[in-house]
Design a protein. Structure first.
Length: 495
């Protein structure tokens, strides 16, 4: 595409150079530039990419987009007031507005996004349609998987991925929409068909500052939905809310879309009644505006009933009937690294879970408590360079819901692991010392938990779930809780 065509939708811009120059791709990282790319300079949290425009041109960039005027006579220079905002506009244009050709479903909320997107994908597959997924674990396009750096990628990668999904024949795309992404405008230029809200509890206060600002960022998914200006009304947009979460009302007031609610405790359009929890699954009566049906799931915990109700709401909007939904749900599988057992036939249970927020840890421990015949041992840490204020709260929840807690490192990133543990310990000052231990090395901590376990005990290894690395001092080392737990069980069984 020629530069002039690419920048045609941009209202405010100054362009110099030969605007008939062909653009073959868009790149935000000067180190990754390929011949023919448009390089867009963003002001990041660590560096300002305006420093790299010359490097980008030397690397083959055919044009640059900047906020500051730069003298680069050899290539077209597009100067805009806000490169981040302009990026979303040109990315959508470059890839031919792929979200107009897809049914795009966005899931936001503090916890349950990955799980809910996977449930939606499985239900839609049961309907017989092809669905791509973008989120924390990976990007899935039909049989292919691509690694994920962020839960929600930047606008350029998002639009490129949507185009790939269309090329591969996907009809739907289900994506996790993080609050960071909404705040940074990564999903600008996307035409959503459905927005789903899971829940809002404390996380990411390092980034947003207050819960009000965090909620406001999340609300952007819904305020952008059903907006006639963006042509979305033709798309019959629907916003799906958790009736049991008080933030839903706030979001509801901000959307022009049609609204559907799901819930357990409050009145809702899609509800679960007569819920029965078993150690191997859950059953309930699914009551909807299209009738009711009994349901059996292999997933455990009330929190997963919410995730299922959110996914069922999407399935209903997409025209699936209750019998189809019921049979789809009976085959549903859990998500890797979420409540995942490590079972080598030992006499105690080991569960690896991605709980890394106060609310998710509380939910998962409460669920384990309900079924554990022996003691509950909880191993948990908190990530570095992230919300510090959740650390003492998570430590307090760990000792409250378990018989014994081991505080250890998660991903310390650039922080001192001991300082993170000290923050956690401020939450358990009044707790007797024999109720917990501090073992900074995660491998040692897992081995200690396994050594300590008695028959019927349940060990929860929380925080890292599917992750296959541990980031220490900015370096990612291979680390997989499931592998380490397996090694620990093997060495214990050998004794
Ligand atoms: C705070 C934040 O979100 N940072 C994101 C941001 O990085 P940054 O602003 O620090 O970038 P930077 O290093 O200052 O660089 C600025 C620009 O210079 C460019 N650059 C840099 C160096 C160079 O030599 N040449 C060059 O061109 C970079 O490509 C970039 O465009 O832009 C990067 C590239 O798009 C993102 O990967 C990065 O996410 C980091 C990894 C991150 O950890 N983000 C977290 C907070 C996040 O977004 N999390 C949410 C999930 C939360 C949840 O669900 O729990 C997510 O959606 O992933
Ligand atoms: N609906 C829910 N409410 C509360 N906790 C939940 C819910 N669903 C899952 N969890 C807990 O949160 C953990 C993370 O779940 P999931 O990966 O689905 O969330 P996420 O929102 O995608 O997280 P992230 O923000 O890291 O992408 C799970 O391992 C489980 O412990
Ligand atoms: N998407 C989450 C992942 C947290 C995972 C946890 N293991 C950690 O490193 O804190 C975040 O960026 O806050
Ligand atoms: Mg996720």
């Amino acid at each position: 595409m020629q530069v002039r065509e690419l920048i045609q939708p941009l209202l405010l811009h100054k362009a110099t150079g030969d605007l008939t120059t062909e653009i073959k791709g868009i790149q935000l990282d000067s180190r990754q530039v390929q011949r023919g790319d448009l390089f867009i300079a963003l002001r990041g949290t660590k560096v300002d990419a305006h420093r790299f425009v010359e490097q980008a041109v030397a690397g083959g960039a055919a044009a640059v987009m900047v906020e500051e005027s730069v003298a680069l006579p050899e290539v077209p220079v597009i100067q805009v007031p806000d490169t981040r905002r302009a990026m979303a506009v040109v990315a959508a244009k470059f890839y031919g507005y792929p979200t107009k050709e897809l049914k795009l479903i966005g899931v936001t909320g503090t916890n349950g996004k990955t799980t809910t997107t996977y449930l939606i994908e499985q239900l839609l597959r049961h309907k017989g349609v092809s669905t791509g997924v973008i989120g924390t674990i990976q990007t899935k396009i039909r049989g292919k998987t691509l690694p994920a750096k962020n839960t929600t990628p930047e606008a350029v990668e998002l639009q490129k991925t949507f185009r790939m999904m269309r090329d591969e024949g996907c009809e739907y795309s289900v994506i996790e929409v993080s609050s960071h992404a909404l705040d940074m405008g990564r999903t600008r230029g996307c035409q959503f068909h459905i927005g789903v809200f899971t829940n809002l509890t404390q996380d990411h206060l390092d980034y947003h500052g207050t819960m009000e600002k965090y909620r406001e960022a999340k609300s952007l998914l819904f305020s952008q939905l059903g907006n006639a200006y963006s042509g979305q009304l033709e798309n019959n947009p629907v916003a799906i809310f958790n009736a049991d979460d008080e933030a839903s009302r706030y979001f509801m007031n901000r959307t022009a879309a049609q609204v559907l609610t799901y819930g357990i405790d409050q009145p809702a359009d899609v509800r679960a009644e007569n819920i029965r929890f078993f150690s191997s699954g859950t059953s309930f009566t699914l009551k909807t505006y299209r009738g009711e049906v009994p349901v059996r799931l292999k997933l455990v915990g009330k929190f997963n009933v919410y995730n299922v109700l959110a996914a069922v709401s999407v399935a209903l909007v997409e025209g699936m009937d209750l019998q189809q939904i019921r049979s789809g749900l009976s085959g549903i599988k859990g998500v890797t690294g979420r409540f995942e057992p490590v079972d080598l036939g030992q006499s105690f249970s080991v569960l690896v879970d991605y709980a890394h927020t106060p609310d998710s840890l509380e939910n998962v421990l409460a669920t384990i408590r309900e079924f554990a015949r022996g003691r509950v041992l909880c191993l948990v840490g908190c990530g570095g360079d992230r919300d510090r204020s959740k650390r003492p709260i998570m430590a307090d929840i760990a000792v409250k819901y378990s018989d014994y807690a081991i505080f250890t490192s998660d991903n310390p990133r650039t922080e001192d692991p001991i300082a993170i543990l000290d923050d956690m310990l401020t939450g358990v000052q009044s707790c007797p010392k024999e109720r917990y231990a501090v073992i900074s090395d995660r491998r040692q901590a897992i081995h200690e938990a396994v050594r300590k376990a008695e028959p019927e005990d349940v060990i929860l290894i929380a925080g890292k779930g599917h992750e296959t690395y541990q980031e220490i001092n900015g370096v990612r080392h291979h680390f997989d809780d499931r592998e380490v737990a397996r090694d620990a069980i093997v060495s214990r069984l050998a004794k």
